[in-house]
Design a protein around this ligand. Structure first.
Ligand SMILES: Nc1ncnc2c1ncn2[C@@H]1O[C@H](COP(=O)(O)OP(=O)(O)O)[C@@H](O)[C@H]1O
Ligand SMILES: [Mg+2]
Length: 294
């Protein structure tokens, strides 16, 4: 079998982050791949690699321009960047959810704004016909700058929202109660094929489902209907991502609503399913073989 080299883009220091990408190293090796961990800022000769996997460069949101320029350099080299730059660009800003909705897939009902004015806040509730909403930036991660608002919003909070959202695009959604009762489902797809799923439940009194905020992660079989909903969302993505995660919550009428798609550097939770690492490796290798000689 031909020897191939892949750079896994990581951070200089992964600090306290929990990672499990090492689980894919052996299955990749079986398919002929030498895996090299490369800090995304280290500026190597990318042409030494056949492919680059955007693995765990999780500090990129603070350095988005720099990160994109590194990805551009990789794209311009002989190495194949996966997921593709086009997918990364589309997925950086949550406005991509508008495209998902336009294709007929259900998303958490969303209203989009380009700038913030405290005077507009009382209308947020009426627009969604609820008394509890979530406001969050269109570019963000880890629930940063995500606020739950109840009507009426106190002046001190209005000041804070003004500081956070002035001159910035943001989204307003109804607060989906299901997130506290049931949690948020993440389904993982490799080359459009379903692989595995987890349920993330917030700690009591919280609504955020990130491990960093004390949430619990459980491997699950998706509840009835969700896998088909998720497969449909992924089948509409062009180019098809090699790896991706979608997050869904159950809405008040029982339908599953997309919360977000993570197609850049999602943690794949390979440790939660014994076949996941092999499925990832096969998908990666298969795509490489299809696109090699681009
Ligand atoms: N409309 C909503 N209803 C309830 N909880 C929400 C809502 N929007 C966001 N959240 C909570 O905030 C978290 C972060 O929001 P999300 O849209 O996933 O952005 P990101 O993960 O990129 O910060 C979600 O995982 C969820 O716990
Ligand atoms: Mg999220």
């Amino acid at each position: 079998m031909k020897n191939k080299r892949v750079a896994y883009l990581v951070m200089d220091d992964m600090g306290d982050y929990v990672t499990d990408f090492h689980l894919s190293v052996a299955p990749m090796a079986e398919l002929g791949w030498e895996v090299v961990g490369v800090p995304w800022r280290s500026d190597p000769d990318w042409g030494r690699f056949d492919a680059v996997y955007i693995c765990t460069p999780w500090d990129y949101p603070k350095f988005a321009e720099e990160f994109l320029s590194v990805l551009q350099t990789i794209e311009a080299s002989r190495a194949l960047l996966l997921n593709e730059l086009e997918t990364v660009r589309w997925n950086l800003d949550k406005s991509y959810m508008k495209d998902v909705e336009a294709r007929g897939d259900d998303i958490v009902p969303s209203r989009w704004y380009d700038d913030f004015s405290a005077a507009d806040v009382s209308a947020f509730f009426g627009e969604h016909d609820v008394d509890k909403v979530v406001i969050k930036p269109t570019i963000g991660a880890n629930a940063m700058d995500t606020f739950v608002l109840t009507n009426p919003v106190p002046d001190a909070l209005l000041d804070r929202l003004t500081q956070t959202f002035s001159g910035r695009s943001f989204i307003v959604q109804p607060f989906i109660e299901g997130i506290q009762e049931e949690g948020e489902y993440s389904l993982f797809f490799f080359n459009g094929q379903y692989s595995h799923a987890i349920l993330k439940t917030p700690k009591t009194g919280d609504f955020r489902v990130q491990e960093e905020h004390g949430a619990t992660i459980t491997p699950v079989s998706p509840p009835d209907g969700l896998q088909a909903v998720a497969a449909r969302v992924f089948s509409h993505l062009e180019p098809l991502p090699v790896y991706g995660r979608g997050d869904w919550v159950r809405g008040p009428d029982g339908r599953f609503l997309l919360m977000e798609l993570e197609l850049i550097e999602p943690s794949l939770y390979l440790r939660t399913d014994s076949g996941a690492a092999l499925r990832f490796a096969r998908a990666f290798d298969q795509r490489f073989e299809e696109l090699a000689g681009k």
